[in-house]
Design a protein around this ligand. Structure first.
Ligand SMILES: Cc1cc2nc3c(=O)[nH]c(=O)nc-3n(C[C@H](O)[C@H](O)[C@H](O)COP(=O)(O)OP(=O)(O)OC[C@H]3O[C@@H](n4cnc5c(N)ncnc54)[C@H](O)[C@@H]3O)c2cc1C
Length: 488
């Protein structure tokens, strides 16, 4: 049985960060990855991460101090996050970005990706050449004698006299053990396990679209619970936007439908009533929260006049995801959508998936949606009145978006469902990312980071850009530094 100073479970953002940091400090490290590729959601999903007071920010004249970020996060979470953890993560963030760059994964400071954040100090450090950058970090880890084991899952932690002693693994189908006194659980939360997700949400899972890491099935949190750690501390869904999901395509392949979902058109919930200012669509986290709070889905209502208009014309509204894509390709923003020449065809195709509903009258549409007909008709009448005076007295939508009444059939309802990037939280830790018991005693040798760890957020995905991935990279690094220090 091989001996390691440290076994890191999961080779995503937090695991790679931890493994390379520990290897640099001279520790003998095994990095386990369940899949046949390293990277996790931190590489296949995320495009960047948060930083405060970084070199790139200073060069660009962006003033965003550790204190600014600290106070903003604590206010955002109503002080229900752990102030020591928040401080530790933010304080580490500049150094982590410099270290990533030195090791091959450079970032560039871009404008914040979401429209409503344009006046917020820039925090989003976008990966440059991310796939090669991740590879360089792994190469560096292996050059320092770190061992990466792909197709290898951690299964069980074993203790000897209250101290971690071994970890049971499955390596390419074969059960084995590794000797180690330290483990970092960096396996990305539990979005890949339907039963666990069901226990932690109060919407129907048929109304949840996950973009998260499917291999993150809660293994680390389960192992943590088995040795007396707290594994259910404030777990939350990273609600992020809403998606129109058809049977045969992922949401982004339905080009026009996807774009319509990113515009502040008329939305109604399952009571047939309007429920929000639809320009919340310009903040992905809040948009996600609104969708979840509405019961996991809502309907975007359009009429034939709108379909005819947008099929032929360009509209001077910004699609809320436009900036994300233009930044990646270094293209200028257009702040326009349309003409959507394939819209009719996409709407008709989506009818069979029950992602789109169509009827000649509003009452027939309400029947199809199984929502209250009176509420629905009253809502559209009221919305049309507001449009005619160009003022949204009900939910205060920007005047610019008070443009399309619902008048002429056929009428369409596009179903948008809750969308998540994964789960965060569950594992109770201190600011060094040491696992804690319910009595807040340190469990020696056991560390919990990234999506597995609680403490940074409260009930929702943060609106400050890049914070989720920033939490992962920085927590991994802090845990590894702690182990290196204690091992001296
Ligand atoms: C589409 C998408 C876009 C995103 N965009 C952003 C963004 O722009 N900004 C931002 O801040 N955040 C973003 N995020 C969130 C960000 O990706 C996460 O915060 C981050 O990846 C979490 O890091 P992690 O190390 O905890 O998990 P991951 O990076 O997912 O890594 C977990 C790894 O553990 C492996 N694993 C699971 N179980 C085991 C096991 N038993 N044994 C061994 N290995 C195991 C998994 O296969 C995976 O490789 C995005 C997420 C998604 C899905």
């Amino acid at each position: 049985m091989e001996n390691y100073d440290l076994v890191v479970v999961g080779a995503g953002s937090s695991g790679i960060s931890a493994a390379l940091t520990a290897a640099e400090a001279g520790l003998k490290v095994a990095l386990l990855e369940k899949g046949d590729k390293f990277g996790g959601a931190g590489m296949f999903g995320a495009q960047g991460l948060f930083g405060a007071n970084t070199k790139l920010q200073k060069e660009a004249g962006v003033n965003y101090s550790v204190k600014d970020a600290y106070e903003e996060i604590l206010n955002y979470t109503h002080h229900r996050s752990d102030a020591r953890i928040v401080k530790a993560i933010i304080k580490e963030s500049a150094e982590t970005l410099a270290w990533m760059s030195k090791n091959g994964l450079a970032t560039e400071l871009v404008t914040n990706t979401q429209e409503v954040h344009q006046n917020h100090p820039r925090t989003y450090h976008q990966y440059i050449d991310k796939f090669n950058g991740f590879k360089k970090m792994i190469n560096k880890f292996e050059n320092l004698s770190g061992s990466l084991f792909l197709k290898t899952s951690a299964k069980k932690l074993l203790q000897d006299n209250g101290r971690l002693s071994e970890i049971e693994i499955t390596h390419d189908g074969t059960d084995e053990c590794m000797n180690t006194k330290n483990v970092i659980l960096a396996d990305g939360g539990f979005i890949g396990d339907k039963d666990l997700v069901k226990k932690n949400v109060n919407i129907d899972l048929n109304n949840l679209y996950s973009m998260g890491e499917r291999k993150a099935t809660g293994d680390g949190l389960r192992m943590l619970g088995e040795i007396g750690g707290v594994n259910n501390y404030k777990p939350l869904l990273e609600n992020h936007a809403a998606s129109i999901v058809t049977n045969d395509k992922n949401p982004w392949e339905n080009a026009s439908l996807a774009t319509l979902s990113t515009l502040p058109l008329l939305w109604v919930d399952n009571s047939g009533k309007r429920f929000t200012n639809e320009d919340v669509v310009y903040d992905f986290a809040l948009w996600g929260n609104v969708t979840y709070t509405a019961g996991g889905y809502y309907y975007i209502i359009i009429d034939q006049d709108f379909v005819d208009y947008i099929s032929k014309n360009e509209l001077d509204w910004t699609g809320s995801f436009e900036r994300t894509f233009t930044l990646l390709q270094h293209l200028p923003m257009t702040h326009k959508v349309g003409p959507m020449k394939t819209l009719k065809q996409e709407l008709d195709t989506a009818l069979t998936s029950k992602a789109v509903f169509k009827a000649d009258s509003l009452t027939d549409l309400a029947k199809l949606l199984n929502i209250d007909e009176n509420n629905f008709v009253e809502t559209t009448n009221q919305y049309n009145k507001l449009i005619s005076k160009h003022v949204d007295d009900d939910f205060y939508k920007d005047q610019k978006f008070m443009k399309f009444p619902i008048c002429n059939g056929p009428f369409y309802a596009l179903k948008a469902i809750s969308t998540t990037l994964g789960t965060v939280g569950g594992g109770l830790v201190n600011e060094k990312f040491q696992a804690l018991t319910a009595g807040r005693k340190v469990i020696p040798g056991v560390y919990v980071v990234g999506n597995n760890a609680a403490g940074m957020f409260d009930s929702a995905y943060p609106t400050i850009e890049g914070l989720s991935n920033g939490f992962a990279w920085n927590s991994g690094r802090i845990a590894a530094k702690t182990i290196a220090k204690l091992n001296k």
